[in-house]
Ligand binder design. Structure first.
Ligand SMILES: *[C@@H]1O[C@H](CO)[C@@H](O)[C@H](O)[C@H]1NC(C)=O
Ligand SMILES: *[C@@H]1O[C@H](CO)[C@@H](O)[C@H](O)[C@H]1NC(C)=O
Ligand SMILES: *[C@@H]1O[C@H](CO)[C@@H](O)[C@H](O)[C@H]1NC(C)=O
Ligand SMILES: *[C@@H]1O[C@H](CO)[C@@H](O)[C@H](O)[C@H]1NC(C)=O
Length: 261
């Protein structure tokens, strides 16, 4: 039994000529900020292993390759977008394993795969990167009311990828600190640039919202950690005040008029 274990262990050692320890890909970066990002591929290689090849794929297309002793190359969509002199390790078998992308933009978002191989073995690992565009504007306003309900509309323009909008008010007196307003209408439009403009209309009963409440609209770009908020203090529209305060007088007036007719 012991012998079998030792033999298996030795076999595994022989088979594992190369192994990726981890890869690091930033999960989200902002579009076109003139800052570079580094995608790291950290592997271990047996000292006696030969014919090392390191490749990075983006959405299944090779975009970078390094076959020592040659210089690394950037290919396809990544041509002219990688710092080919970026060195990430003093070890000559690891020097150009990582890829420094200059000024990432939305067309190079997607699934990145580091693929390493040697004469005896290969390994790969994948992670995705989102490139987002923050909104151009985020607006929250009341949009119509009856004497029972009021609507709040929130609009975000020119965001990428598609954002999520929610409208809620503070709920100070309870454990939950958010009280979502019910969405009654929403629309998303995709612009020719690929960006999204999104509108959500929510509704609440007037007796469920006190004058002076804070109402918030929150925009999130899923998967990026990007969050933006617009808030407003709610005061009942003048006409509601007027109607409520003067409802009796209005009725009397109407009745009086009717009587005259
Ligand atoms: C990201 O930035 C690039 C460069 O300015 C631009 O061409 C591209 O349209 C932008 N992406 C979006 C979705 O706006
Ligand atoms: C990556 O792998 C190397 C071995 O080449 C190791 O020494 C190092 O701690 C790892 N991490 C980083 C960040 O380089
Ligand atoms: C490219 O990498 C080299 C070596 O790491 C560094 O000195 C240089 O500043 C980098 N260039 C850019 C544009 O980041
Ligand atoms: C609120 O918005 C919905 C959807 O646009 C609309 O049908 C409804 O009449 C609005 N209600 C009020 C009180 O304005």
């Amino acid at each position: 039994m012991f012998c079998v274990t030792v033999i298996l262990f030795k076999l595994l050692l022989v088979i594992e000529g190369i192994q990726i320890n981890y890869i690091k890909v930033p999960p989200a970066v902002q579009n076109n900020t003139d800052q570079s990002v580094i995608l790291e591929c950290n592997y271990s290689i047996r000292p006696d292993d030969s014919e090392l090849v390191v490749k990075w794929y983006l959405n299944d297309a090779v975009v970078y390759q390094w076959i020592p002793p040659h210089k690394p190359q950037a290919l396809g969509i990544m041509k002219d977008r990688v710092n080919l002199s970026y060195v990430s390790s003093d070890d000559p078998k690891m020097a150009y394993r990582s890829m420094q992308i200059i000024n990432p933009t939305t067309n190079i978002a997607g699934e990145y795969k580091c693929f390493v191989s040697t004469f005896t073995d290969e390994d790969f690992s994948m992670k995705s990167m989102i490139v987002f565009v923050p909104e151009k504007s985020l607006e929250l306003f009341h949009s119509g009311h009856t004497n029972q309900k009021i609507n709040f509309t929130c609009t975000a323009t020119e965001v990428y990828p598609e954002p999520k909008l929610t409208v809620f008010k503070d709920k100070k007196d309870e454990f939950e600190n958010r009280n979502y307003l019910q969405a009654v209408e929403w629309s998303t439009s995709r612009l020719p640039t690929g960006r999204y403009s999104v509108t959500i209309t929510t509704s609440i009963l007037l007796n469920k919202i006190a004058a002076g409440s804070l109402v918030h609209c929150e925009l999130k770009i899923p998967g990026t950690g990007y969050v933006k908020r617009k808030s407003m203090l709610y005061y009942p529209p003048k006409s509601i005040h007027y109607m409520q305060r003067h409802r009796k007088q209005l009725c009397l007036l109407l009745l009086t008029c009717l009587c005259f007719v």
